[in-house]
Design a protein around this ligand. Sequence first.
Ligand SMILES: [Zn+2]
Length: 247
Amino acid sequence: MADQLMDETTKQIILSAEPGLVISGAGLSVASGLPTFRGAGGLYADEPPPFLEYNYFLQHPEESWDGFIKLHDDLSSEVKPNKAHEAIVRLEEMGIIGFIITQNIDGFQQEAGSRNVIELHGSYSRVRCIECRHAIELKDYDELKNPNLRRCKQCSGLCKPDVTLFNEQIDESIVNASMSALHCCGFIVLIGTSAQVYPARHFIEMAKAARKPVININLESSGSLADYEILGKCEEILPQLVEEFQA
Ligand SMILES: [Zn+2]
């Protein structure tokens, strides 16, 4: 019993509450071989490249598209979901987790088998028109290289990968879906995110105001944000928690 990650009291709080809401970030996909965007060893040590900025895209769509494709090529060398994504699917199947809001754009959580995933910052697996919002699902990521996808077939507006760029507004339907998940959930689990970036930060503040417990699973402490923390690698912690809840 000494090796239990989660104490009995916290475990009982979780088991007696409505299903939880996971808010995940880049730390979840590190074990898949994806670098985090910021921080030590991150993809962008300082500033993100200009093509990830929404206004730059509007002014220089062709250069931005070249950047999107290069970024995709840099990231997509045989990466796939890891044990942490799979453990979240198990917790969903067990009814412990009800919803997942991910800040990641890799699509791994759905690929692992999760159903109720809200992609807060979109996904590289679609291309969307910025004018009429018409979206095209890509069969595989190499389709991004098809130049015909850069203009909308319906309205000839500019299209871009369906990810939220810096200084771009998050789609209202996504914010609304997040709010209703937040409203329904019994508790929040932060996984692999420092949760400093809005709107994720805002969601957590709202959960705290509604007195929903916040659990943090990450390499780093969230300070006073979480009520309960398990620090370490999420790909090691989450499979062990699945076992503890099965016991
Ligand atoms: Zn369009």
